[in-house]
Ligand binder design. Structure first.
Ligand code: XUL
Ligand code: CO
Length: 435
């Protein structure tokens, strides 16, 4: 496989001192960090939509990207060449997983039936390539937001015919995900949200989404799909207000409709920041609720209020993300999917390698630093000290539910309060010394 990216050989780990831009400085797949190799910890995945479909167009201009399949006109032919190129790219990069939307991999046909036939043909080709390379499917999903029929949402559309179409599409997407051995299946809200409450009944729309998820659970069971179902929160874009706003909103939704045992969350870096949280906040909120499933590894730009889907190169953020992931005992069967795209002026095919290498090295560094922080018990010891008052005396009784307001009033009347400093600045300096 050396047809589409002839100037690039397999990317290798060359250590921190290497200046070869087509090498890893930190990601050394077989190196053990604690009890697992880096490859097992990180479970990197390439996003088909950005890397093999992204053309660099934005609301102000047309495509900029130069890609090996640009000259091919026939849509099915193009889809096949993309598959070939994708597997050459992923093999050279040394990534073991990929993710796709149904509409990324195959073109739509005149009818729904023809669209599914197109999908089947491409899925067979993908299967062949997966067998040949050993690359696996991290997750599949359905694109329920691009086609004009989904202008008002999919499962939340006020039009029941749209709901039905979305169900048919997810049914097929689950089937192909299962066929390809997908380890997870993702639901991202797409256009499940609203523009104005003047024409929206949130109650009906959210009940309908829950009904849709019930059906998805039933169908997964029916076809014996054993992968993890994931919901990906996002606060805005494309709709003004997305129903899957953030981790807490999704957890409340799942609990309201008694769906919490069936889903975990796929947390995306830039979606967290758009919701006004840090990436780590969202990861920890999911982790403490036993709902951290997978990660869309990217970053935003703090000066922009939209989803820039940049490759994650901020080592502070990758460190704190890996800290949460290690505390979660990993992500498996989830992984780190680069839901990230090169910038519009990074239009050369080689930039796809640079982008992924930068993301992989940043997460590998984050993993090493987070592991050291945990090994040294840096923040663990501080937390233990900070919450010590709950391990004995009145605090222990509070934790064990042995006292109420009256007993606490008695206690409070007799006891002076002495607070301790949070030492935040010192902690930030310690973190700096590890980074
Ligand atoms: C959109 C987004 C999606 C999902 C999959 O912001 O993140 O690409 O990851 O539908
Ligand atoms: Co995403």
């Amino acid at each position: 496989m050396n047809k589409f990216f002839p100037d690039v050989e397999a990317i290798k780990y060359e250590g921190e001192d290497s200046t070869n831009p087509l090498s890893f400085n930190h990601y050394n797949p077989k190196e053990k960090i604690g009890d697992k190799t880096m490859e097992e910890h990180l479970r990197f995945s390439v996003a088909y939509w950005h890397t093999f479909k992204g053309d660099g167009s934005d609301p102000f201009g047309s495509s900029t990207m130069q890609r090996p399949w640009d000259d091919i006109k026939d849509p099915m032919e193009k889809a096949k060449i993309r598959v070939e190129a994708a597997f050459e790219f992923m093999s050279k990069l040394g990534v073991n997983y990929f993710c796709f939307h149904d509409r990324d991999i195959a073109p739509t046909g005149e009818t729904f039936k023809k669209t599914n036939e197109n999908l089947d043909e491409i899925v067979d080709l993908i299967q062949e390539k997966m067998d040949e390379t050993g690359i696996n499917l991290l997750w599949g999903t359905a694109c329920l937001f691009d086609h004009p029929r989904f202008m008002n949402g999919a499962a939340s559309s006020p039009n029941a015919d749209v709901f039905a179409h979305a169900a048919a599409q997810v049914k097929k997407a689950m089937e192909i995900t299962k066929k390809l051995g997908g380890e997870n299946y993702v639901f991202w809200g797409g256009r499940e949200g609203y523009e104005t409450l003047l024409n929206t009944d949130m109650g009906i729309e959210q009940d309908n989404i829950a009904r849709f998820f019930d059906m998805a659970i039933d169908y997964a069971e029916k076809i014996n799909f054993e992968g993890q179902l994931l919901i990906e929160p996002k606060p805005k874009e494309p709709t003004k207000h997305q129903y899957d706003f953030d981790v807490s909103t999704v957890l409340a939704f799942l609990r309201k409709y008694n769906l919490q045992d069936h889903f975990k969350l796929n947390i995306e870096g830039n979606h967290a920041t758009l919701a006004g949280h840090t990436f780590q906040h969202e990861l920890q909120t999911a982790r403490i609720n036993n709902a951290l499933g997978s990660v869309d590894a990217n970053q935003g730009d703090m000066l922009l209020g939209w989803d820039t889907d940049q490759f994650p190169t901020n080592v502070y953020k990758t460190t704190m993300a890996m800290y949460e992931i290690l505390k979660n005992d990993g992500l498996k069967p989830g992984g780190l999917n680069f839901d990230a795209t090169v910038r519009r002026p990074s239009f050369k095919p080689i930039d796809l390698f640079y982008g992924h290498i930068a993301g992989m090295d940043s997460f590998a560094r984050g993993l090493k630093i987070a592991h050291k922080l945990l090994e040294d018990g840096v923040f663990e010891d501080i937390l233990e000290q900070r919450y010590k008052s709950y391990t004995e005396g009145i605090g222990k009784k509070i934790r064990e539910g042995k006292v109420g307001f009256e007993k606490l009033e008695e206690y409070a009347k007799k006891n002076e309060i002495t607070n301790s400093s949070g030492h935040q600045e010192r902690l930030e300096a310690i973190l700096n010394s590890y980074i």
